[in-house]
Structure formats: structure tokens, C-alpha cells
Ligand binder design. Structure first.
Ligand SMILES: Nc1ncnc2c1ncn2[C@@H]1O[C@H](COP(=O)(O)OP(=O)(O)OP(=O)(O)O)[C@@H](O)[C@H]1O
Length: 535
């Protein structure tokens, strides 16, 4: 504005040589009056108006004196000040009106966006609570347009065959990318791993050498190893330091000396490293507690607590993920997190709707063995996972089925790390048809294409049921779950029946008429599994 000629003088012809001294004088005045104008604007509306009216009158008089002109005069602009002020009043009013208009427009657009988000969330069964929750993702491409997602990651997603984000990914990814803390609950097999790994890689941007920047905690070594592999796949083509906390690493590594952007560990191993002062977590920007409800159970809470304390970076983003989110975990999350967003897909603590669930009465322990043999003889549709309540019972059932001409294996916590890894790998590779297991692989494990889960022993809680049967029917595939029950389990049947009905399975009406019993940990003493007569 300062150097622009006033529109009032367009066309003035002026002898610059002759009036050089005047030009200099007026130029100074021009600067002075300009600064006067600035201060007058700063002084409030009434003073501004008064001054402007006075100057406007003066300017009109002067204009009349000068008459009309035909040439542009740079730098000679005696009336510019008054004109500018006159315009500035108009401008201020116009600005105010346009700000007001813009505000209204923005508000309208915001409301329309909120409406669109609400409709989209409803379509995908996403429920959110929290302040100012970011819009869900329409597609993976939006990661680029909205968040400048690096192309290596988009390429990796494509190569992994992920065409569309799953509902939890649609909502949790933008929440985390917006730097918000998050606790989330979504069905088993619905892609929660990608929902926290993808924004983590985007936030970390590039590999660095200054210490650990992200930590993922998982309750078992098997799940840690699985998430380690998933991270590697998603980070392909980018040289992030991704480490799995193995026994060896814990014993021998000097964490200050090797680059580690992301560390994946069980709480026990990480706590040991913290206690031995082998590890510095004060730079951690991103902390994930996977299977968070399990991690917050009393036996693990002490370990989690020391990790939370060691991650002392004030700008850390923490997130909790699970398929089951009991109220006590939500309470903890609210205490722990700042301005967190809660994301629930479907209904909380529900079994996946892609699993056909069935209850089978076996009467007694012997009845179970007969039932499983009969089921395998009629139609064995591998891979099949069979859950038992203890490692002793898992070993016993393995002892029974090992000679039945089916490819069977067993996994429990008494096996060495290598044996456990082999059991998982062989099952994944299809070498094992039936894997007998304890709850050690009930949560988080992604065995692709498990056709059937058999609860040989009735699960000891609602969440155990949801997670166990969730090893089947993953990523939109269908699956089957069969739960054996004996007389002893009848008091707890109604709880499973409720879960079945809630996920759309047909439940005999007599089951719904059973008395509802509060589901405490249900682990009855059971007879040993054997076809050999007691001696
Ligand atoms: N967008 C996607 N499209 C298709 N498949 C996907 C997508 N995201 C993840 N998956 C696949 O879905 C499967 C289940 O994912 P994941 O193991 O993360 O589930 P989860 O929700 O963590 O389950 P759980 O509660 O049992 O731990 C995996 O095989 C994964 O590769």
C-alpha cells in the first residue's frame, strides 16, 4: 500500500524537476502521516472515525484545489493518507464483516464435516468420544493428501494387499497422527497392529541414532515376535532400527551403542533392562500397550508401571489397544492419558461376527475326548487350534492325540523358546494341522486361516472366550468356534450364550433362561485326560 499511487491521482502530469524540493518535503510528510494512520488504527474505533472524518474533509478540499490529473505520481501522494484512512475505515468494517462471514462459513463447513464424519462412522460402526476427534480416513490415499505419508509406506501397504483401511485403522490412525493419545477397542483380527504401527512410522519420519524413540509392549514373546515381523514388513525400504527384546539382547547388548528407533518387548524383559540401567527410555515419543487389558492385570501391572515411569518424555503419545476393554482399564487410561480419544469399533468386548459359534455338551471329561476324536474323524478341517486351561492338561491331550494319525503339536510355557517358535512356525506353515495350546497363544496371535477353534476346556472369563475364538475368522474371513462344556461349566454357560447372541449367533432359548452368574475366574479342577484306565 505505501508505494502504491492513490487512485485519486491517476493521470496527473507533474514536473518533477521543478518541484523536487516539494517532493522531498511531502515524501517525509507522507511517512509521518502513514505512521499517524497506523497509530490511529491502533487507538480504537471512535478516535479512528473522528480522525478519518477530519482528514476526509481536508482531502476533499485539497482535491478540489488541485483539479483532475492525468499521470501517475510515484512517491508524491499528499492525499494518500486521508484516502487510505477513509478506506481503512471501510476496510476495517469490510474486514470485520468478511471475518464474520468467514467464521460463519467455517462454522457451517465444520458442522457439515462433523455430519459427514458421523454418517461415515455410523456406516463403519465406529464410536468415538473425546474433544475434537479428527475425521476418519476414507482411504489409504488420504494418508498422503492429509498427512504427507511417505511413498515407501504407501507402497508397502499396497504390496501387503491392504486396499482399504479397516474401521479401527480409519479412526485410530488420524487420531494418533494428530498427536492425540488414544485407547481403542476393536474386534479380534480387525487390523489393530497396523492401526498403531502405521502412524508410528509416519511420526518417526526417518531413522535416527539418538536412542529409542518408540516402544511397543506385548504380553508374550510370541506376540512380540509377530509384531516385530509386521513392523519390519511395513517399514521395508526405510532403514529404521527395529529391535525385538530377546534374552540375548537383554543380556549382551549395549543399548547406548546401537541404533534403535523402535523396540518391541514384553514388560518383564523391559523392566529388567530398566532395573539394570541398561536402557534409557527418556526419549520415547510413542508408546503402545497392545492387549492393554492383559497388561493392566495385577500380575503385569508392576512391570508396566516401571515402563510408564521410565518413558518420561513429556510429549510422549501413548496408546492402548485391545479387543476387550474392561471398565477398570478405561479408568486407568483416563488417569494416565491427556486429552485422549476413545475409539470403539462395534460393541465393546464382543466376539467377532465372522465366527460361527457352537456349544457342545460333553457331560464329563471322558466325553470331551470322545467328542474331539469324533469331530476329527468326521471332518477335520485344518488348521485347528485347541485350547486347554493348563499346561498339564495340554500335555495330556497331546499325549492322547499324538498317535491318532493327525499332525498335532502342542505349545505351552514349559517349552523352550526355540520349541515355542517351532510350534508356531510349523502351524503357520501348515505342517501342523492341530495345535494344542494354553492361553499363551490366545491373544493377538495372527495365524492366518484358522478354520476352527475348539475350547476343549471352558474359558475362564468372557475376555478369554473372545480372544481364544478370535484366532479364527480374522481379517473378514469366516471361522468356527466350538466350546465343550460339562456339568461343572453349566453355571457359566449363560455368559457365553450372551456373547454368542450379541455377535449374531443362534442360541437355544433354554440357555438364555439359565440364571445369569457373575463371571469370576472360572477354572474348575478337572479329571486328567486319559483313555488309559487308572491303576
Ligand atoms: N487394511 C487391511 N486390509 C486387509 N487385511 C488387513 C488390513 N489390516 C490388517 N490386515 C490383516 O488382518 C489380520 C489381522 O490383523 P491384526 O493381527 O492386526 O488384528 P488385531 O485386530 O490386532 O487382532 P487381535 O485382537 O486378535 O490381536 C492380519 O493378517 C493383517 O495382515
Amino acid at each position: 500500500m505505501a508505494n502504491e499511487p492513490s487512485f485519486l491521482f491517476s493521470g496527473i502530469r507533474f514536473n518533477r524537476k521543478k518541484f523536487g524540493a516539494d517532493i522531498a518535503r511531502f515524501q517525509k510528510k507522507d511517512i509521518d502521516t502513514d505512521s499517524a494512520k497506523i497509530s490511529s488504527v491502533a487507538e480504537g474505533e471512535s478516535a479512528k472515525t473522528r480522525e478519518a472524518v477530519e482528514e476526509k474533509t481536508a482531502s476533499t478540499k485539497k482535491r478540489k484545489r488541485k483539479g483532475n490529473t492525468s499521470e501517475n505520481v510515484e512517491g508524491f501522494n499528499v492525499f494518500r493518507n486521508s484516502a487510505s484512512v477513509a478506506r481503512s475505515i471501510g476496510d476495517v468494517q469490510a474486514d470485520e464483516e468478511s471475518i464474520e462471514l468467514k467464521k460463519k462459513k467455517n462454522k457451517k463447513e465444520q458442522n457439515q464435516q462433523l455430519e459427514r464424519d458421523a454418517i461415515f462412522r455410523k456406516q463403519h460402526n465406529i464410536h468415538v468420544s473425546g474433544y475434537n476427534v479428527p475425521s476418519p480416513l476414507q482411504s489409504f490415499d488420504e494418508l498422503k493428501s492429509r498427512y504427507k505419508c511417505p511413498s515407501y509406506l504407501l507402497r508397502n501397504l499396497k504390496e501387503l494387499g491392504f486396499k482399504e483401511p479397516t474401521p479401527i485403522q480409519r479412526q485410530a490412525i488420524p487420531v494418533l497422527l494428530d498427536g492425540r493419545e488414544c485407547f481403542a477397542c476393536a474386534p479380534t483380527g480387525s487390523g489393530k497392529t497396523l492401526a498403531f504401527v502405521c502412524p508410528m512410522l509416519m511420526k518417526l519420519k526417518d531413522p535416527e541414532k539418538g536412542g529409542i524413540r518408540a516402544v511397543i509392549l506385548c504380553h508374550t514373546r510370541e506376540l512380540s515376535a509377530q509384531i516385530f515381523r509386521e513392523c519390519k514388513k511395513l517399514a521395508k525400504r526405510k532403514k529404521f532400527g527395529i529391535k525385538l527384546m530377546t534374552k540375548n539382547l537383554l543380556r549382551n547388548a549395549d543399548f547406548s551403542k546401537f541404533p534403535c528407533d523402535i523396540l518391541i518387548s514384553t514388560p518383564l524383559r523391559l523392566r529388567l533392562a530398566i532395573k539394570k540401567k541398561k536402557i534409557d527410555l527418556s526419549r520415547v515419543e510413542y508408546l503402545v500397550l497392545d492387549e492393554s487389558d492383559k497388561l493392566f492385570e495385577p500380575e503385569l501391572f508392576k512391570q508396566i508401571d516401571s515402563v510408564l515411569k521410565a518413558c518420561s518424555n513429556p510429549s510422549i503419545i501413548r496408546s492402548l489397544f485391545s479387543a476387550t476393554l474392561p471398565d477398570f482399564v478405561e479408568d486407568r487410561a483416563r488417569e494416565l492419558m491427556h486429552d485422549a480419544v476413545r475409539v470403539i469399533v462395534g460393541r465393546k468386548n464382543m466376539a467377532s461376527e465372522t465366527i460361527k459359534q457352537k456349544l457342545v455338551f460333553t457331560g464329563s471329561e471322558e466325553g470331551k475326548l470322545l467328542a474331539i476324536r469324533q469331530s476329527f474323524a468326521e471332518s477335520l478341517n485344518p488348521p485347528v487350534l485347541v485350547f486347554l486351561q493348563s499346561k498339564e492338561r495340554a500335555k495330556e491331550l497331546y499325549g492322547e492325540l499324538a498317535f491318532d494319525n493327525i499332525r498335532v503339536d502342542v505349545i505351552h510355557s514349559d517349552l523352550s523358546q526355540q520349541e515355542r517358535e517351532n510350534a508356531v512356525d510349523n502351524f503357520r506353515a501348515g505342517k501342523t494341522w492341530v495345535l494344542i495350546a494354553t492361553d499363551v497363544v490366545a491373544r493377538g496371535m495372527d495365524f492366518k486361516g484358522v478354520n476352527c477353534v475348539i475350547n476343549y476346556d471352558f474359558p475362564d472369563s468372557a475376555s478369554a472366550y473372545v480372544h481364544r475364538i478370535g484366532r479364527s475368522g480374522r481379517a473378514g474371513r469366516s471361522g468356527e468356534a466350538i466350546t465343550f462344556y460339562t456339568e461343572e461349566d453349566i453355571p457359566f454357560l449363560r455368559n457365553v450364550a450372551n456373547l454368542m447372541a450379541a455377535s449374531g449367533c443362534e442360541v437355544p432359548s433354554w440357555l438364555m433362561d439359565l440364571q445369569k452368574k457373575k463371571w469370576k475366574k472360572h477354572r474348575p479342577k478337572r479329571d486328567s485326560i486319559s483313555t488309559k484306565p487308572d491303576l
